[in-house]
Design a binder for this molecule. Structure first.
Ligand SMILES: O=C(O)[C@@H]1CCC=N1
Length: 326
């Protein structure tokens, strides 16, 4: 990416870290990123891991991250507001911070449960600055985010809501191997879509746009939650190796490399997934014995149910946390 928009991450949890870690590792300038994170221990961790990254904590940190300064609503209490904001920045980016323009992109990376209060609080700044808003919160629909912005921005001069792009990334973004699904509202321009896509593509090998927002719930069920399914499978294989007398380290190493190798083969081969499986499986052989055991135990049905449960949970979250009653 030649142009480096200033990105404010609201929330510094695992997914924000995966995205920011990925961006930094592929050369995104650290001075163009700021994270607002309320938990001090988490700030300390991020500060130690990413020296020089501007990390804000404290009650006004979200607005400071978005605006580059305490918003005008706080002018009367600037001193106390400033006192509650702890800046974990080094001298270089402390100077940067003082001269920062407002953020071009806001990445809402907070838990879905707190998204409403965060967006309502940020709404005056979002309406005034019109950044591109990217939400990675599971389950919360773009219409709900728009409603939260309208609610918090009731007294703003502008009633134009900024465009929202919803993204479901996944944690392998941390090692630049992410997979992400994206949905844009009709008011997002081609430039907004391009910007969001280039940010996610910096940390993801696969970025897919979905044309209906409901499919983001399915992306969540497949690739958002998916890394955990493979970790579970790997845990189970490691345990199986140990149960059969292998030392844990060897069982773990063989499992991980097998998973990686299978994924690479699946990615590079012209064969479909079934053909790849059949090619490993000699008739009446060892793989056949294992596959028959998995099939008899309802493996496919279980995977189907698990993915559907994640998809359904994403839709329920939308109702619980973004419903019109809020
Ligand atoms: O488990 C969750 O709710 C989130 C969404 C996708 C991955 N983690």
């Amino acid at each position: 990416m030649t142009n480096h928009p200033r990105i404010a991450f609201i929330g510094g949890g695992n997914m924000a870290e995966a995205i920011i870690g990925g961006l930094l590792s592929c050369g995104y300038p650290i001075s163009r990123c700021v994270i607002s994170e309320p938990v001090q221990a988490r700030c300390d961790f991020l500060h130690a891991k990413y020296p020089g990254l501007c990390i804000l904590s404290g009650s006004d940190a979200n607005r400071l991250a978005v605006n580059g300064s305490i918003s005008s609503a706080d002018e009367s209490s600037d001193a106390s507001a400033a006192a509650t904001v702890s800046l974990q920045v080094n001298a270089t980016n402390a100077q940067e911070l003082s001269s920062l323009a407002a953020a071009d992109v806001i990445i809402l990376a907070v838990k879905p449960q707190v998204l409403r209060s965060v967006v309502v609080d940020l709404a005056p700044a979002l309406l005034a600055l019109q950044p591109l808003v990217i939400s990675i919160a599971a389950g919360i629909e773009t219409s709900a985010i728009a409603r939260f912005m309208a609610e918090g921005g009731q007294d703003s001069q502008s009633s134009t809501l900024p465009p929202v792009i919803r993204v479901m990334p996944n944690t392998p973004a941390l090692v630049l191997e992410g997979a992400a699904g994206m949905y844009a509202t009709a008011d997002a321009t081609a430039e907004h879509r391009q910007l969001a896509e280039s940010l996610m593509a910096a940390v993801s090998k696969k970025v897919c746009w979905v044309e209906s927002e409901g499919l983001i719930d399915t992306v969540t069920g497949i690739s958002g939650s998916g890394p955990a399914y493979f970790f579970l499978m790997m845990e189970a294989m490691e345990e199986a190796g140990v149960a059969l007398g292998m030392d844990r380290e060897t069982a773990k190493a063989l499992t991980i490399q097998t998973c990686l190798g299978a994924a690479k083969m699946a990615q590079s081969s012209e064969d479909d997934l079934k053909t790849l499986r059949v090619k490993v499986t000699s008739p009446q052989g060892t793989t056949d014995a294992a596959i028959k055991t998995f099939e008899a135990g309802g493996f496919r049905d279980l995977v189907q149910k698990g993915v559907a449960a994640a998809d359904a949970r994403s839709r329920t979250l939308a109702k619980e946390l973004g419903g019109s009653k809020l």
